[in-house]
Design a protein around this ligand. Structure first.
Ligand code: NAD
Length: 342
């Protein structure tokens, strides 16, 4: 994968398409990002084969089918996914079925562009898998495109990115290089987010935040995720909770559960965040920057805990601490009430 990073790099899109030998790109976006997609289409000129602006969160199967049909009808030889994780995810869904190469221009901090992980949601269940075919060929990180990302999305998306790094630090396939990327990714994002919230148009803070997102996404791409990502996957896929906000609320509770069993990861995070209390620091920072404080605020009820627990325990996955039903219920009850953010 090739990565271009820096303010104004979107301007290099036509050369990047040419370098990859692509002549008919289908541009993908969410409805909200259509204007940006049109700008990219304008830059591509005749290399743009069409625009599909209906990307949705969690990649519903119906949306993926429609986008694949649009790519076929346009005679596309590749896709340009410009936007957040929803748009990148749609590009991956097309790539998985057709092998069409994807260029990504990420405009949030979600990190999907750095991973071979695809996801599809059908009938309230989200399926994910790894497939190198879906890994983007080129990624263009242009911080100028994030200047208008709303503060709330910036903060929650930033926490989504940090969650990748946290779980990479105690992953069964962690390595010293991953730990370095995770530490620097968390440090960069944690330092930048308050500045982004104070002045969303500050290119310096936006650059640092996007650089942190790149590092955290790279951690996600090469390690196996644990309890936190499993729970977010269930909460998004079955309960339709907003992806980044769910990561933000839940991360401190999973950290409180797992870090006592992962002292090396805890040490790295203490250094990166300059704190002795990683879970409390994460919770207070998020709410201090205006993020939701509890799963209840996101619409979850106590009645949902049975189903989440059942789904989260239905298949074993790596975690530094054994996940019992009792412990999981207690964790979810705390996150439901937002006890750490008090
Ligand atoms: P998103 O892509 O849905 O974007 C959130 C909102 O922000 C959208 O309405 C979008 O139009 C808007 N937006 C995006 N960029 C903007 C900008 N620069 N300015 C203004 N508005 C902008 O949300 P997300 O949090 O980026 O991604 C979430 C999705 O990504 C989920 O489906 C999740 O499962 C997936 N994801 C996948 C991976 C992976 O490795 N497969 C990793 C992380 C996230």
């Amino acid at each position: 994968m090739r990565v271009l990073f820096g303010a104004g790099t979107l301007g290099q899109l036509p050369q990047e398409a040419e370098r990859l030998g692509l002549r008919r790109l289908l541009v993908l976006s969410t409805p909200g990002q259509r204007a940006l997609a049109e700008r990219a289409a304008g830059l591509l000129g005749p290399t743009c084969a069409g625009l599909f602006g209906e990307a949705r969160t969690q990649v519903p199967v119906g949306t993926a089918d429609a986008a694949r049909a649009a790519a076929r009808d346009a005679g596309a030889d590749g896709c340009l996914a410009i936007g957040g994780g929803s748009t990148v995810g749609l590009g991956k869904a097309i790539a998985r079925d057709t092998g069409l190469p994807v260029i990504c221009v990420p405009t949030t901090y979600a990190g999907s562009e750095m991973t071979p992980v695809w996801g599809l949601t059908e009938q309230g269940r989200k399926r994910t898998g790894r497939d190198r075919t879906v890994l983007p060929r080129s990624v263009i990180y242009d911080p100028e495109l994030t200047l208008r990302l709303p503060v709330e999305v910036s903060v929650t998306s930033g926490f989504n990115a940090m969650a990748h790094a946290v779980e990479a630090l105690y992953a069964p396939d962690a390595s010293p290089i991953v730990s370095l990327m995770a530490e620097e990714g968390v440090r960069s994002l944690a330092a930048a987010l308050p500045d982004v919230a104070a002045d969303p148009g500050a290119i310096g803070a936006r650059t640092d935040a996007l650089r942190g997102a790149w590092l955290c996404g790279a951690c996600l791409g090469v390690t196996t995720m644990s309890l936190h990502h499993k729970l977010c996957h269930v909460l998004g896929g079955t309960f339709d909770l907003p992806h980044a906000a769910t990561h933000t609320v839940l991360l401190p509770y999973v950290a409180a559960f797992n870090l006592p069993a992962a002292p090396a990861a805890d040490g790295v995070l203490r250094r990166a965040l300059a704190t002795d209390d990683v879970p409390g620091h994460l919770a207070r920072t998020a709410t201090g920057l205006g993020a939701p404080r509890s799963l209840a605020e996101l619409g979850l009820g106590e009645r949902d805990i049975d189903e989440i627990t059942a789904q989260a325990l239905d298949r074993p996955y790596a975690n530094p601490r054994p996940v019992t039903e009792e412990a999981l219920r207690a964790l979810l009850a705390d996150a439901l009430n937002g006890s750490l953010a008090a």
